[in-house]
Design a protein around this ligand. Structure first.
Ligand SMILES: NC(=O)c1ccc[n+]([C@@H]2O[C@H](COP(=O)([O-])OP(=O)(O)OC[C@H]3O[C@@H](n4cnc5c(N)ncnc54)[C@H](OP(=O)(O)O)[C@@H]3O)[C@@H](O)[C@H]2O)c1
Ligand SMILES: *[C@@H]1O[C@H](CO)[C@@H](O)[C@H](O)[C@H]1NC(C)=O
Length: 281
């Protein structure tokens, strides 16, 4: 049984709001921290919203203390993930017991460049500050995959790279449910400084043609506004990095408790959604 009773979610969007919903369904206290300039979010009754400037560590720590917060979950968006840096000081000042950094994607340990490098450096800063952390690797969100491969825009699948390497795919609902489940049932020693590798489904990009019943084309890069990001993600997928078992340091799949989907076992009896389920294929 977990000893954590009060949870703070920082930044409620695609991942944060479902996590709030899943935690609020448990017998725990949940608050949402949101920026003063942010639009209001719809949260379950009983969940309080505190508007606070994330960069002001003492103001954030004050909110943590007011609500006796034990666990902080940062779900700040990819492009502003550096905004979570100031939460380390806030967590320290607020005597936070466990910190969930904004990961929710590919394994980040050993990455140096870009967003993945930034996420790993953030986890290192939690270690350096002596704040217990727990990282959730999920692979790609099942809900976002159709857009990544162009299917939702033009009905065909457009892949950068060979498309042969399998990646982990997990639905946002399962991620939120899993996070709430383990944070409210596992003991601190089972959570502190652990990495959880989830996997709802596992497919190569090439296999998606059959699944979505459409043609697959291979290109060198994707054009358009979001093309650069899509190209970058698919190149990463081609290296193997989007499997939740991927070990970027040794450039290999992990085994045993480091294997892709090894964390699924912590949610006994749960039926994980596949790509087929999520996209009604
Ligand atoms: N694996 C995948 O396929 C996948 C896909 C998407 C995201 N992710 C990861 O999941 C995590 C959460 O992403 P998300 O898609 O849920 O994010 P999101 O919905 O785009 O945004 C989450 C929250 O971030 C806060 N935020 C936005 N801009 C900010 C800024 N400039 N400074 C500070 N806070 C800001 C906002 O909170 P307030 O407005 O309430 O302050 C927003 O609601 C990220 O680590 C992301 O990389 C993974
Ligand atoms: C930070 O928050 C504290 C406490 O709420 C406040 O007194 C202080 O003025 C804020 N600092 C800045 C730079 O906004």
């Amino acid at each position: 049984m977990s000893s954590y009773k009060s949870f703070a979610i920082v930044g409620a969007g695609a991942v944060g709001l479902p996590i709030i919903g899943a935690l609020a369904a448990q017998n725990v206290r949940v608050i949402l921290l949101s920026r003063p300039e942010s639009t209001s979010k719809v949260v379950p009754s009983g969940v309080q919203v505190a508007k606070v400037d994330y960069s002001n560590a003492s103001a954030v720590a004050e909110v943590f203390k007011q609500h006796n917060v034990d666990v902080v979950l940062s779900t700040i968006t990819t492009m502003a993930v550096t905004a979570q840096r100031s939460l380390v000081d806030a967590a320290k000042l607020g005597s936070i017991k466990l910190f969930v950094p904004s990961e929710f994607g590919m394994p980040t340990e050993g990455h140096k460049e870009g967003i993945l490098g930034e996420k790993d450096r953030f986890a290192e800063s939690l270690k350096a500050a002596g704040i217990p952390y727990v990282r959730f690797y999920t692979g790609m969100f099942a809900e976002n995959l159709a857009r990544l491969i162009g299917y939702s825009t033009h009905g065909k699948i457009t892949i950068v790279g060979k498309g042969e390497v399998p990646l982990s795919i997990t639905s946002i609902g399962d991620i939120a449910g899993f996070v709430a489940h383990v944070l409210t049932t596992l003991s601190p020693s089972e959570l502190e400084n652990h990495v959880f590798r989830l996997e709802g489904d596992r497919k190569s990009l090439n296999e998606l043609g059959l699944l979505f019943k459409t043609t697959v084309e291979h290109v060198d890069q994707i054009a358009g506004e979001r093309g650069g990001v899509q190209t970058h993600i698919m190149k990463l997928i081609d290296t193997g990095a989007a499997s939740t078992g991927w070990d970027q340091v040794n450039k290999a799949e992990g085994l045993g408790t480091n294997a892709a989907g090894s964390a699924n076992a912590f949610w006994q009896g749960h039926q994980w959604k596949t790509l087929k389920d999520v996209h009604n294929l």
